[in-house]
Design a protein around this ligand. Structure first.
Ligand SMILES: Nc1ncnc2c1ncn2[C@@H]1O[C@H](COP(=O)(O)OP(=O)(O)OP(=O)(O)O)[C@@H](O)[C@H]1O
Ligand SMILES: [Mg+2]
Length: 355
């Protein structure tokens, strides 16, 4: 089964005054020159499904300039059940979200109703940038289908913050040795569980990401390696913390734990961050996202909607074709400036209008 968005209507959202569109269950190509509203339309879909924007935390910015309110209405379904999500933004008021006509109070309740996987050029950070981006990727992805992990993370962060505070404020090492133990046990317990979940996650996505990359690139071997802290039991974890205590005292923060984790990404045995070409890096980042489709499918029983903003730049014609072929199991939205690259249902976007 797959989740599919059947229609979208917008009122005063970004540069759209009024828009009403129905979509193809397979491929929808949003095509138009720069600055016409392609990403705006994607943002509207994302906002309705996720409850926030990928561009801004100042949500009122999405109201069309000079207007008081914006509205998004989206209908999606999996062939069995249809869902209607409505979002209203109004200056001076809290945003209002409705699901099948009923007002939703907690935004978390919308999350997962219409699952989507989103890829934009920004996602290149996943392979190119600092470890933090890859930790974020793991955290968001695991949280999407595992709320316990989400709470576990915030618990770990709180304990870590307290421990670091103690490391910074204690002047005497001998005193620290005695006081720090109040945090260490809790830190080790939460830390171990995070490591466990991440390991499970990487093991689960690896074969899918490898398969996607191999297919799109025509044979390149992708390999993900979770760089995890080498501890298996709480006892080992505590030992590691106490062995590092002198170092932690010197630096004023905790140097060991999953908050320093990373994923190493290799292509044909070379680290992609250092040696990959632009197209290879993009393909690798994309493959990680495509693996997400399968993970969500395994957990929920249906494929999410795939949204690809500006994915084609830097991919050669063969990779582009293979990408589209690879994603045929789910409904896909692709934006591009080049009409020749459009497949499926062509939606031309010009100055906040579509035809
Ligand atoms: N709140 C708003 N009200 C009216 N217009 C807006 C608002 N916010 C953004 N815009 C306009 O929307 C235009 C189109 O933005 P969008 O990012 O969708 O373009 P795009 O078609 O994706 O272009 P590109 O190919 O360059 O990515 C921007 O140039 C901006 O001026
Ligand atoms: Mg754009």
């Amino acid at each position: 089964m797959a989740m599919k968005i059947s229609s979208l209507s917008l009122k005063n959202f970004r540069n759209y005054k009024s828009l009403s569109l129905s979509f193809d269950p397979n491929i929808n190509s949003l095509c138009g020159s720069n600055a016409q509203g392609k990403t705006n339309l994607i943002e509207a879909i994302f906002f309705a499904c996720i409850g926030k924007s990928f561009r801004t935390s100042k949500e009122k910015q999405m109201i069309r300039w000079g207007e008081e309110s914006a509205k998004i209405a989206l209908v999606a379904g999996n062939g069995i059940r249809e869902k209607k999500i409505e979002v209203v933004l109004q200056t001076g008021q809290k945003k209002m979200v409705k699901m099948d006509g009923l007002v939703i109070r907690r935004i978390g309740d919308v999350l997962g109703e219409v699952p989507i996987v989103f890829f934009s050029p920004d996602e290149l950070k996943l392979v190119k940038d600092a470890p933090e981006e890859r930790r974020r990727f793991m955290n968001i992805d695991i949280s999407q289908t595992n709320k316990r992990y989400f709470y576990l993370l915030s618990r770990y962060d709180k304990i870590l913050e307290n421990r670091n505070k103690l490391l910074k404020t204690t002047k005497d090492f001998e005193v620290l040795k005695e006081t720090v133990v109040i945090w260490d046990k809790a830190l080790a317990a939460a830390g171990l569980k995070i490591i466990e979940e991440r390991e499970k996650f990487i093991t689960a996505i690896s074969p899918y990401a490898e398969k996607a990359h191999e297919y799109i690139s025509g044979g390149e071997k992708l390999k993900l390696e979770y760089k995890k802290p080498e501890v298996k039991t709480e006892e080992e974890y505590l030992k590691k913390l106490s062995r590092n205590l002198e170092k932690d005292f010197k630096f004023g923060y905790t140097t060991f734990g999953p908050h320093r984790d990373d994923i190493d990404i290799y292509l044909n045995g070379e680290e992609v961050k250092a040696f990959g070409s632009q197209g290879q890096q993009r393909t690798a980042a994309l493959s990680l996202k495509l693996a997400e489709l399968e993970i969500i499918k395994n957990q929920t029983g249906e494929y999410p909607v795939l949204i690809l903003d500006d994915v084609f730049s830097e991919l050669d014609a063969t990779r582009r074709k293979r990408l589209i072929k690879f994603t045929s199991r789910c409904q896909t939205f692709v934006t591009t400036t080049d009409e020749e690259l459009c497949e499926g249902n062509l939606i031309r976007i010009k100055d906040g209008k579509a035809d």
